[in-house]
Design a binder for this molecule. Structure first.
Ligand code: AMP
Length: 402
């Protein structure tokens, strides 16, 4: 079945065709008709599922019909990069309409944002802090907003944006359509849905956050001293077209990128200490192929949609096991194959155990020629029996990592 099954204006059908999308993805099948009917929705969907178009298509269609004079849609994103990515998708899908957007994020020129708002942008794509700045200065009004998208809700919560979101929601009309997208629906996200949404329809595509099966995953056991050289050997393999290398800290990101560059690899770092201009240039250069390797902290782990990333390499394992899934989701986009390789030292065994337990798998071992690699396996969970209060299920058995 194609997009023609949806009742959309001809201009929107045309831009979907121009965009090269032939069939709706499952989240688009689920969400588009419900949004077109005007309901609030809570959708559990990962990035990479086509969720951006799932909310943009009905939103653009509605505003194109209604032709509002000023801000009528608000799309809230946790990071500047995601906001910029959504704006790019908006421009493609709204290209045959007269709708305009304003990207309201920190680190970018206020002047351009004032201009875009003054010219009557109907769609505001924002990060919470800068939007509040504009409302306080009186340069952005939310009084006539009809549709709000809370994208990556779980990430917004993780980043502590709930107080800002409450302030923003108070400025919006009570009668509005609210669309919330989240990779996971834990209790804080459920509370957010209850607070901000009105009797939403629930749409869930794939209950469990699991990496796509098209990603080949392995670990590469190393000593701490081997990490740099093994990384260089891995990115020099002929099958590595382009790679994102994740490290634990901003400082390590810079050092690893420098090390690779010194060895002749076109590599660029991206992390939160770099200016917005540097971050934009790094992403643009990586997308274009000027850089073959982007070395990143978890700032780039979620949501970024970059076509053709053949490998994700974890130079360090992430602190949170869920971030492992987000990181490796940067490869194998839209049905392509990809590889994820994690360098693991003996000190990282516990983290490895948490990831293997989350995914329910044991990783294959990756050996690199010319290196004497150590034997590293995840620790097995051991049961600790407690005496006293033995009838209480909580006390009966506990497991911890050896
Ligand atoms: P997202 O989950 O919104 O980050 O989207 C991931 C990628 O899927 C983007 O590159 C979209 O352009 C692409 N995409 C979205 N919808 C479709 C579709 N129906 N068919 C093919 N690709 C799509």
């Amino acid at each position: 079945m194609s997009f023609s099954a949806f009742t959309l204006t001809p201009e929107i059908h045309r831009s979907i065709r121009d965009r090269g999308h032939h069939e709706p993805t499952p989240i688009q099948w689920g969400a588009i008709p419900v949004i077109l009917e005007g309901h609030d929705i809570v959708a559990t969907a990962e990035t990479g599922s086509g969720k951006t178009a799932a909310f943009l298509i009905p939103l653009i269609d509605r505003l194109h019909r209604e032709k509002p004079a000023g801000p009528a849609a608000l799309i809230i994103e946790p990071t500047r990069e995601l906001a910029a990515q959504v704006e790019r998708e908006f421009m493609l899908l709204a290209r045959h309409t007269k709708l305009r957007s304003a990207l309201i994020v920190g680190g970018e020129s206020m002047r351009k944002q004032f201009d875009d708002l003054e010219k009557g942008a109907q769609v505001l794509i924002v990060c919470p802090g800068r939007l509040i700045d504009h409302t306080e200065r009186g340069s952005a009004s939310l009084a006539h907003v009809k549709v709000v998208v809370i994208d990556e809700a779980d990430r917004l919560l993780d980043m502590g944006f709930m107080p800002q979101l409450r302030r923003i929601m108070k400025m919006l009309p009570r009668k509005r359509q609210t669309l919330m997208f989240s990779a996971t629906m834990e209790s804080a996200a459920e509370r957010m849905a209850r607070e901000f949404l009105d009797n939403p329809e629930r749409i869930s595509i794939g209950e469990k956050a699991a990496p796509p099966s098209s990603i080949r995953q392995s670990i590469c056991p190393v000593t701490t001293g081997q990490k740099g050289d093994v990384l260089l050997a891995l990115v020099s393999r002929p099958e590595v077209d382009s790679a994102i290398v994740f490290t634990r800290t901003r400082d390590r990101t810079d050092r690893v990128a420098k090390m690779l560059a010194r060895a002749g690899v076109r590599a660029v770092p991206i992390h939160g200490d770099r200016s917005q201009g540097q971050r934009n240039a790094a992403l643009a250069g990586f997308r274009k192929g000027t850089y073959r390797v982007m070395v990143a902290t978890d700032v780039a782990a979620r949501g970024l949609d970059i076509q053709g990333v053949s490998h994700v390499i974890n130079f360090d394992l992430p602190d949170e096991p869920e971030n492992y899934i987000h990181r490796i989701g940067r490869t194998a986009r839209m049905g392509r194959d990809g590889c994820a390789i994690s360098l693991v030292t003996a000190e990282e065994r516990a983290g490895l155990g948490r990831i293997e337990r989350l995914l329910g798998i044991t990783f294959e071992r990756e050996m690199v020629e010319g290196f004497e690699q150590p034997e590293i396996t995840a620790p097995k969970p051991i049961k600790v029996f407690r005496s006293g209060g033995a009838r209480s299920p909580r006390n009966r058995a506990r497991s911890r990592w050896a």
